[in-house]
Design a protein around this ligand. Structure first.
Ligand SMILES: Nc1nc2c(ncn2[C@@H]2O[C@H](COP(=O)(O)OP(=O)(O)OP(=O)(O)O)[C@@H](O)[C@H]2O)c(=O)[nH]1
Ligand SMILES: [Mg+2]
Length: 306
């Protein structure tokens, strides 16, 4: 009996949701950084095994939104959890106490009557004897709300620890169904979006929090050509849009060093991910109110509801 279904990963920012998606898909479809609120819209990955296929949806980390962008991100999470077969609720083992955001997440998912797998991530970073009490805390709280986790699995996405068990649990909880996607299909994110997201990842990694959280990245030109060695090359022109002049200076850096570093790191990663030579040029532009730009926000909303 073949199984097919939809699975969503939810949790607080920085729990490791995108890292898990990439691990399950076996390809970098989502960017990951040590900074919370890295993911901005839902990203789908497709996992195909001999006996099942599932679409796994990575969502922005659940937080209290302060502006429209955040509100749309949270609407996307609502969409992603309301229409799936299985929810993976991912928590960070290094934060052993249940805080109010995690309480709110559990209050929300208990009302949905879905199958919920609790996955406790980053166990490589804690003393193994602590795992039992974390399980007990979450289990007791969810039970007090009238919920029941169908499985509880400690994992380390980094160390590939517990991932096989997690995949088996997902499969067990999927409904019977036919394969809906070709075996080589792995994501709904386009090459352009992968480029934009990888540049945002390098900006998040190299700059202090406030600056990269206030940027968006737009690919202006994406053209194929053949280079001197006769190999395929992508020529990509990109704008980093920020909201303040002072931020522009920080992104470019002294003698252009920061922008050069971001460009170099992004180019290497894009070349590895898309398996093509890349000629990457990045410009930095100031557009004061871009975060209120309806078109951009609509795009985030659109991306998150599809
Ligand atoms: N030690 C350890 N770190 C991990 C593990 N999995 C993920 N991380 C790290 O945790 C950080 C956050 O990972 P992400 O995958 O970006 O987290 P996220 O939940 O997608 O975060 P948002 O997109 O902000 O909601 C990154 O620095 C990861 O490298 C793990 O198993 N062990
Ligand atoms: Mg993420």
């Amino acid at each position: 009996m073949f199984k097919f279904g939809y699975v969503t990963v939810v949790g607080k920012p920085n729990a490791g949701k995108s890292t898990l998606l990439n691990k399950l898909v076996g390809f970098k479809v989502a960017i990951t950084t040590p900074k919370p609120q890295t993911t901005r819209f839902n990203i789908k990955g497709i996992v195909t095994k001999d006996t099942c296929q599932f679409v796994i949806i990575d969502t922005p980390g659940i937080h209290l939104p302060k502006q429209k962008l955040g509100e749309y991100m949270m609407e996307g999470v609502e969409n992603a959890i309301s229409s799936v077969d299985v929810i993976i609720y991912l928590v960070d083992a290094t934060k052993s106490k249940i805080d109010s955001v995690n309480e709110d997440i559990m209050k929300k998912i208990v009302t949905l009557n879905k199958k919920v797998i609790l996955a406790i991530n980053k166990i490589d970073k804690i003393d193994k004897t602590k795992i039992f009490s974390i399980i007990e805390n979450y289990n007791n709280y969810f039970k007090s709300l009238g919920g029941n986790f169908c499985d509880i699995i400690p994992v380390s996405v980094y160390k590939n620890d517990g991932i096989d068990i997690l995949v088996n649990c997902i499969e067990n909880n999927l409904p019977e169904g036919q394969m809906e996607f070709a075996e080589d299909e792995i994501t709904n994110i386009t090459e352009r979006e992968i480029v934009e997201e990888i540049i945002r990842e390098k900006a998040l990694n190299n700059l202090d929090k406030e600056v990269p959280h206030g940027i968006k990245v737009d690919v202006e030109k994406f053209k194929e050509s053949t280079n001197k060695e006769g190999l395929l090359q992508y020529n990509i022109d990109v704008n980093i849009i920020c909201s303040k002049n002072s931020h522009k200076g920080i992104i470019i850096g002294h003698e252009g060093r920061m922008l050069k570093k971001i460009t170099r790191e992004a180019r290497i990663d894009i070349e590895n991910t898309l398996e093509t030579k890349v000629n990457l040029k990045i410009w930095v532009k100031v557009r004061e109110n871009w975060q209120k730009n309806e078109l951009y926000l609509k795009n985030i909303k659109f991306r998150s509801s599809n």
